[in-house]
Design a protein around this ligand. Sequence first.
Ligand code: PLP
Length: 386
Amino acid sequence: MGIYFDNAGTTAAKPEVLEAILPYLAQQYGNASSIHAVGREARKAVEKARTQVAAAIGAKPEEIYFTAGGTEGDNWAVKGAAFAHNQKGRHIITSAIEHHAVLHSCQWLQKQGFEITYLPVDAQGRVSPNHVEKAIRPDTILITLMMANNEIGTIQPIAEIGAIARVHKVLFHTDAVQAVGAVPIDVNALQVDALSLSGHKFYGVKGVGALYIRQGVRIDSLLHGGAQERGRRAGTENLPAIVGLGAAIELATRDIESHVARLTKMRDRLIHGILTAIPHTRLNGHPTRRLPGNVNVSVDYIEGEALLLRLDLAGFQASSGSACTSGSLDPSHVLLAIGLSHEAAHGSLRLSLGDYNTEQDVDELLAVLPAIVQSLRDMSPFSVTS
Ligand code: PLP
């Protein structure tokens, strides 16, 4: 299958996760709302997973609501907060580099009469807490800022912004889809009111996630129907996926400090290797306040898509932006927001490391990447052959 450097896109479910899930597909297949024995077993499994998710982020089990992934969690938090608080005001603060699950939710709300402030970021992708504070108005009802960016890996000063939000009594949501399982998280230290996470980013399965909603915080429901999730999110619980989410988050957070240390070392060696071996390359994002597994570089005088295809042929899977936008020829909104030109944004390469990557993977990539880049530059009419 080659060497996989696209762990920010998705990850492989771990054997322990599969083992946890399997019985719930065919033997213990109950509906968690049924009151008979099979249903009660299912309910027990869902509640165990809720406890596992809560423990991983410092929350209480009753503050965890299962969703169908990060996109649903973001839509729910943003739209649900907007509609729950529109008596107080209609102003929302976000940033220019959010995932489309947040940005497009905000754009949809604009059409419903809400007003959105899209904060800029600095050249390394950081939102300034000062800018956040200045943007708060009497009618501000929500601040939604991602904890870590999916493309450039920059980690935001969420705890500082959380403190500001609390002082001004504005609800604060963070999209932590890339951060959960990658860095330690405690919802109380961060002072967030809502946090979305997604199972397939930390070796669970796709199509399941959770939204943390702090006790007492009002967020309207998006899905109406049955009384599941304490009446806040209708739909029969996705039992096997939820069980897998619980197992995956427990595994991912158990030894998180050593995961962080291992990946950070590998990441920094990869960045250094690329920047020293290939001329006209630059790191995108913050040099240290970035996800342990994230490498994003601009490679001048090439097309990112062409580089991806050549890497794929050589057996390496990477990405040139977020997986969700590949297929579109628009340059990444994140790279444009940190000040890259359209050309530079088109020539970006994201390599995201995960638990299954080894130092040898890094060596193998560094052994072929300079020659691949050079051969693409040799074909490019814009090239200044190094
Ligand atoms: N938010 C961020 C930061 C992401 O990286 C992603 C997925 O890449 C999502 C939200 C959407 O999550 P999901 O794929 O679970 O819908």
